[in-house]
Design a protein around this ligand. Structure first.
Ligand SMILES: Nc1nc2c(ncn2[C@@H]2O[C@H](COP(=O)(O)OP(=O)(O)OP(=O)(O)O)[C@@H](O)[C@H]2O)c(=O)[nH]1
Ligand SMILES: [Mg+2]
Length: 291
C-alpha cells in the first residue's frame, strides 16, 4: 500500500457503563456530540462521530454500556452494542483503569476476536489518582494503550493505531459532516444531559426528550420547543421542581450547550409531559431516536 493512501472505516467504542466512551468520542472530535454524566447508562443509542483528516476518515461509533438485563429497554441497548461491534473495522474496548478488567470485557473481547475484529484495549481515565498504578495491560489484550479523555494524554497514539487498522478507502461521508444523527436529536440529547445534571439523584430513569418544534426561519434566532417525557404523574413535579426552579435550570444549561452546537442564539421552551410506558414500546423508542 502506498504511504499516502487514504484510509476510512468504522471504530466502535465499546465498554461497560460509565467507562468514558462518550467523553472519549467528544474529545476525539472536539465537539459535544454525545452526552456524558456520572450516572451509568447515560447513552441510549448509537451515535456516529466523523473525524476527517487528510490521510484518513475515522468513523467513531459511541454505544450504550454493555450489560445484561431482562427489561425490554435494556435488550434493545445490548442489541445495538453487538450490532455496532459486528459492523466495525476496529473495536476500541474501554477499561476504566480504576475499575479494571471484568468478565464482561473478557467475554466481549473473545467474541470480537473470534469474529476476526482487531481490538484495541483502551485503559481510560489515566489522569485519575491511582490509574497509573493499576495493573496493565490485561493479559488477553494483544493491543493495549492508556488514555485520558480529560487531558488528551495518549490520544494521538490511539488515533494513529486506529488509522493503521483501517482499510484503504476514500472518505465514506462528506468531509464537513460531524455526525449521522440529525441536529434535532443532538439537541434533544443536550436537554437530557442538562436534566441529568440538574436532577442528579432524583432523575427518573425513564426520562426522554423529544424536540417537537425546530424553527430556523429567523437568521438571528433558532426557536426550539422540546418535551421532557416521564412515565408517571408523580414524576412530573420532580422534573418541574418547586415553583418551576428545576425546569428553568435545565432550560438555561441546555440552551447554553445548544447555542454552542448551532453556533447562534437559541430560544428554548421546555414542557414536561406524562407518557405512560414509552420505554416499553420498541416503536416509540425508535421514534425518539434511541436506536
Ligand atoms: N477524570 C476523568 N474522568 C472521565 C474521563 N472520561 C470520562 N470521565 C468521567 O466518567 C464519567 C462517565 O463518562 P461517560 O463518557 O458518560 O461514560 P460512558 O462510558 O459513555 O457511560 P454510559 O453512556 O453510561 O455507558 C463522567 O463523569 C465523565 O466525566 C477521563 O478521561 N478522566
Ligand atoms: Mg455514554
Amino acid at each position: 500500500m502506498s504511504p499516502q493512501a487514504h484510509r476510512a472505516g468504522f471504530a466502535a467504542i465499546l465498554g461497560p457503563p460509565n467507562s468514558g466512551k462518550s467523553t472519549l468520542l467528544n474529545r476525539l472530535l472536539g465537539e459535544k456530540l454525545a452526552i456524558v454524566s456520572r450516572k451509568p447508562q447515560t447513552t441510549r443509542s448509537r451515535i456516529l462521530g466523523i473525524l476527517s483528516r487528510d490521510d484518513a476518515q475515522l468513523l467513531f461509533l459511541d454505544t450504550p454500556g454493555f450489560h445484561a438485563s431482562p427489561k425490554a429497554f435494556n435488550e434493545t441497548l445490548n442489541d445495538q452494542v453487538v450490532e455496532a461491534a459486528q459492523g466495525c473495522d476496529v473495536a476500541l474496548l474501554l477499561v476504566d483503569l480504576c475499575s479494571g478488567w471484568s468478565e464482561g470485557h473478557a467475554d466481549l473481547k473473545s467474541r470480537l476476536s473470534s469474529a476476526g475484529k482487531p481490538v484495541i484495549v483502551v485503559g481510560s481515565k489515566l489522569d485519575l489518582p491511582g490509574a497509573k498504578d493499576a495493573s496493565w495491560p490485561p493479559p488477553q489484550a494483544d493491543r493495549a494503550l492508556r488514555v485520558s479523555a480529560l487531558t488528551g494524554e495518549g490520544l494521538p497514539k490511539l488515533l494513529s493505531t486506529v488509522v493503521e487498522l483501517l482499510p484503504e478507502s476514500p472518505p465514506l461521508y462528506p468531509r464537513d459532516e460531524i455526525s449521522d444523527r440529525p441536529l434535532r436529536f443532538l439537541v434533544a440529547e443536550l436537554v437530557r444531559e442538562a436534566a441529568f445534571e440538574v436532577l442528579s439523584q432524583e432523575l427518573p430513569y425513564s426520562l426522554a426528550v423529544e424536540v417537537v418544534d425546530f424553527d430556523e426561519s429567523r437568521p438571528d434566532l433558532t426557536r426550539i420547543r422540546a418535551e421532557l417525557l416521564v412515565e408517571r404523574n408523580s414524576q412530573k413535579p420532580i422534573v418541574v421542581g418547586r415553583g418551576g426552579t428545576s425546569i428553568r435550570k435545565i432550560g438555561t444549561r441546555a440552551r447554553r450547550e445548544i447555542e454552542r452546537l448551532v453556533d447562534g442564539r437559541v430560544h428554548l421552551e421546555l414542557w414536561v409531559k406524562v407518557e405512560p410506558r414509552w420505554s416499553r414500546s420498541a416503536a416509540r423508542i425508535r421514534g425518539l431516536g434511541y436506536n
